[in-house]
Design a protein around this ligand. Structure first.
Ligand SMILES: [Mg+2]
Length: 261
């Protein structure tokens, strides 16, 4: 009974940094459904994936009554938030709103999604939100609409929970939203993403980024949904086991393993 009247506690984090407009919009959006606590990296940590800082101590700075910055990764922030900073274990973890989509194989690089992965490992319902951004770095993004959508998804999650070992990866088009689709992860292939440059002293350097992505698409994929103006919600589970490949191994190699000869 006490549990029923307790206010929900929501941990808000991201990989774009504590000062980014996306996390501020997400933090405000959670107000009607619970007490929001922000624990986020002190600077942009996009594409750090699920990195955990093990070889140096972490510094935490309190920026407001419910806001902390950490000189670490999104995963560090989730772990510190749950174990040290929040008054109790959160009921929900929301990560984002990331500037730019996290679609297809890109989620393996994403700090935004990895924060939700960390929350899922802790057994807490976790959501990752990303807003598509195809324009130049200073182009205007509609975080207000994305935050409104995030509130709806957060509400559904608190009411219904999530399946075991599963997070939701939510991608929002930066355009008029036609609706929401449940999707599967698409596949992306990058070509020409490594650029060779020279320093003023003639040394050759390499810069990873850009390139032209090719997408293996399909009606029910995350990429197709956002291209057609729909919000994409992909359920992601953490068990990487490829069960079809397990059957293949057993069939082709024989049995459940083999003795070392
Ligand atoms: Mg980011």
């Amino acid at each position: 009974m006490i549990q029923l009247i307790m206010k929900k506690i929501i941990l808000v984090t991201n990989d774009d940094g504590v000062h980014s407009p996306g996390i501020k919009a997400l933090f405000r959006a959670m107000e009607p459904i619970g007490d929001a606590y922000m624990v986020a990296p002190d600077r942009e940590r996009s594409a750090v994936s699920h990195a955990l800082t093990l070889h140096r101590p972490l510094k935490v700075e309190k920026l407001g009554s419910n806001v902390w910055s950490v000189n670490g990764t999104p995963t560090d922030c989730v772990a510190l938030g749950i174990e040290k900073l929040l008054p109790r274990r959160p009921d929900l973890i929301v990560s984002g709103i990331n500037r730019g989509g996290n679609l297809g194989d890109d989620i393996t690089y994403s700090g935004t999604v990895s924060a939700a992965i960390e929350g899922t490992i802790f057994g807490i319902a976790s959501l990752a939100f990303s807003l598509l951004s195809d324009g130049p770095p200073d182009s205007k993004l509609d975080y207000g609409t994305a935050a409104h959508l995030a509130l709806q998804v957060a509400r559904f999650t608190l009411e219904n929970g999530l399946p075991y070992d599963t997070l939701l990866n939510v991608n929002i088009p930066n355009a008029a939203i036609k609706g929401v689709r449940f999707t599967r992860q698409s596949k992306r292939i990058y070509h020409g993403a490594i650029h060779e440059t020279k320093s003023p002293w003639g040394e050759v350097h390499y810069w990873i980024g850009g390139g032209k992505p090719f997408w293996e698409r399909g009606d029910d994929t995350d990429m197709d949904a956002v291209m057609e103006g729909y919000v994409s919600i992909t359920p992601i589970h953490l068990d990487f086991t490829n069960n079809a490949a397990m059957d293949w191994l057993k069939r082709k190699w024989g049995g459940d393993g083999f003795s070392v000869g």
